[in-house]
Write a protein that binds this ligand. Structure first.
Ligand code: PAF
Length: 278
């Protein structure tokens, strides 16, 4: 596996691939890789001839009170995992490579980025994500980009941005990889105490119960409110449990729209998110 830390080294490899008529995919990550990320690499391998994984803990998507300094880092372990997963190139840019001194540009987002979900509770988040993802798309010049459905709003935001700005990359979403008990795999799960880890499965159970009620003809608002109440009773600090149009994240106005249930809640110091289709 090739390791590139500068845009110039990355471009040399990508140009050589282009010369050989190889297509390539990018899997953007912030490292601390788990099986969910490796499934994204596996999905990328099936779609294109070559695969790039990026590892960059993006300071612009963390607010001052969030966990940037605490965010888990394990470069050696990550590189070993990527190589074993068949990744062809790992791109690990230094912060200056992405945000050189004097960098002032950001992307103004609408649509799914303003749905009142993650954006409401982490107002800085999608500007930071969009800025770094746009740069990673431009740096890697990838044909395909693979994202997990675990961050469903992020997936829709990035898809919309790539479409609106003609970034020339096909954004593909991959279903969430879960632990055996249903908890969505996440780099942040490692912050959970043993007791919290046990409690954390309540999120997927609450979403599944709500989905079942809706499939049975129940009102989405009532079902998601009940899910939020049950999580609060179990000790979660709930940011939202919401039923949204699966394609736009707008609040549904008719009974035949495709729905997605999305939730975010804090358990102790750890913020967990999850979502499922109805
Ligand atoms: O989902 C993530 O890990 C990050 O938000 C991403 C897409 C790598 C951008 O920093």
């Amino acid at each position: 596996m090739i390791i590139a830390r500068t845009l110039s080294d990355l471009r040399d490899v990508v140009n050589a691939w282009r010369g050989e008529d190889f297509s390539h995919a990018v899997v953007p990550t912030m490292g601390a890789l788990h099986e969910g990320h490796l499934m994204l690499v596996a999905a990328a391998r099936e779609k294109t001839d070559r695969v790039i994984a990026t590892i960059f803990v993006n300071p612009k998507q963390f607010a001052a009170n969030e966990d940037l300094s605490r965010y888990p880092r394990d470069e050696e372990g990550d590189l070993a995992k990527l190589e074993a997963a068949g990744c062809d190139l790992a791109y690990l840019p230094a912060p200056d490579e992405i945000y050189p001194p004097g960098f002032v540009t950001s992307i103004s987002l609408g649509g799914p980025a303003k749905a009142g979900l993650e954006d409401k509770f982490r107002p800085h988040f999608f500007d930071g994500v969009a800025t770094v993802v746009a740069k990673l798309f431009i740096h890697t010049a990838a044909d395909v980009a693979i994202f997990g459905e675990k961050d469903y709003q992020q997936l829709l935001v990035v898809t919309q941005m790539a479409r609106d700005l003609d970034l020339g990359v096909e954004v593909v979403g991959i279903p969430t990889i879960r632990e055996e008990d249903g908890l969505a795999k996440s780099s942040r799960n490692r912050y959970l105490s043993k007791h919290e880890r046990h409690q954390a499965t309540a999120i997927i159970r609450a979403l599944e119960q709500a989905a079942e009620k809706i499939r049975g003809g129940g009102d989405p608002q009532t079902a998601t409110k009940a899910a939020a109440r049950s999580l609060t009773t179990l000790g979660f600090e709930v940011d939202y449990v919401s039923a949204r149009n699966a394609e736009t994240l707008a609040v549904p106005v008719s009974a035949d729209e495709p729905l997605r249930l999305l939730a975010a809640a804090r358990l102790g110091k750890t913020r967990l998110i999850d979502n499922i289709p109805v």
